[in-house]
Ligand binder design. Structure first.
Ligand code: OAD
Length: 307
């Protein structure tokens, strides 16, 4: 295979060359920050702005558990007290129902790859469902950490209609997280109409739960990738981050992220790079706009009304 130069221009040339037939993508929260949804680990991100009493549920737990913001999305925590998860997720759940957020250019870029017959799979760690607004084929998308769009009971699996769930979130979950920083963190939950357990929540993957089985089944396909695009993820959460290791040794990897990530997974930057391209300290949307221009895909962007 001819070696593309390890920059955005080289990546664009490779995409246009016909030699690149198979593109895989892994996205994270940074793909949706342009739509107004905060990421997890940046300053001001979700884990940075949590109240301690939301992280640990009771005084006893506070003594026992490490003050780790990731607790709000831990399975153990949710089974003990549903309030932190529901409270923190409230704006996302209701924002999704009101279609508050619009797909960004980054989401659209993946759709363009599909239109060009290049996209083989989009692995997204995001639960916001913005990918689907572009009309991307759902069978090409793997929701590695589940999705907000469907709701079920963690106990018995009963599925609750999304709108019914939202109506209960509005009344049962108090929204103190954003509106009243001094209010006590009271317990609140949504009971399952079938088994009555207080365990109804969107089908997002909690730490301590397993990922959807299709994720593991699809990992081996990555061996056939000519290009892997990694966009807006810190690559610190396993096993989602293992996507970067499943591609073949000569597969070009494009990292679109404000900061270099994945060095511990073998991604190499600067003069050490042999097949990794970093788009630089730019936002995802800026980098993909540059690529779109280099690819001559501007007409595709003009057709999108809200961009
Ligand atoms: P993180 O918040 O860990 O990482 C987001 C990355 O995107 C950071 O490296 C940011 O610098 C970068 N970033 C933010 N905005 C950007 C922008 N506009 N352009 C370019 N880069 C930008 O989010 P994830 O990697 O998605 O899992 O987090 C992985 C998982 O950890 C999540 O799926 C979630 C969380 O705990 C579960 O809850 C199971």
């Amino acid at each position: 295979k001819p070696r593309p130069s390890l920059d955005l221009a080289g990546t664009a040339e490779f995409l246009k060359s016909g030699a690149c037939k198979s593109v895989y993508v892994l996205t994270g929260a940074g793909a949706s920050t342009g739509a107004g949804i905060p990421d997890f680990r940046s300053p001001g991100g979700m884990y940075d702005s949590l109240r301690p009493e939301l992280i640990t549920a009771t005084e006893a737990q506070r003594k026992r558990m490490r003050m780790d913001p990731v607790n709000v999305v831990m399975k153990d925590m949710f089974f003990q007290n549903q309030f932190p998860y529901l409270e923190v997720r409230r704006p996302f759940i209701l924002g999704t129902q009101q279609q508050q957020w619009k797909a960004t250019l980054t989401h659209w870029f993946m759709r363009f790859l599909e239109e060009e017959g290049l996209l083989k799979r989009l692995f997204t760690q995001n639960i916001d469902g913005l990918d689907y607004q572009t009309g991307i084929s759902p069978e090409l998308v793997t929701n590695v950490h589940g999705s907000l769009a469907r709701v079920s009971c963690e106990g018995c699996g009963y599925e609750m209609p999304f709108d019914d769930f939202c109506a209960q979130v509005r009344t049962n979950v108090k929204d103190i997280y954003r509106t009243d920083p001094t209010a006590p963190a009271e317990s609140s939950n949504i009971n399952c109409p079938r088994c009555n357990a207080p365990l109804v929540k969107p089908n997002t993957v909690l730490f301590g739960s397993s990922l959807p089985s299709e994720f593991f089944e699809q990992l081996d396909d990555l061996n056939g990738a000519d290009l892997l695009i990694v966009a807006g993820t810190s690559l610190v959460v396993s096993p989602a981050n293992s996507v970067v290791m499943y591609v073949a040794k000569d597969c070009l990897r494009l990292i679109v992220n404000k900061e270099p990530v994945g060095q511990d997974l073998g991604i190499r930057y600067g003069k050490d790079a042999t097949r990794d391209v970093w788009a630089g300290e730019v936002s995802c949307d800026e980098a993909f706009l540059d690529l779109i221009k280099m690819l001559g895909w501007q007409d595709k962007v003009r057709k999108i009304k809200h961009l």
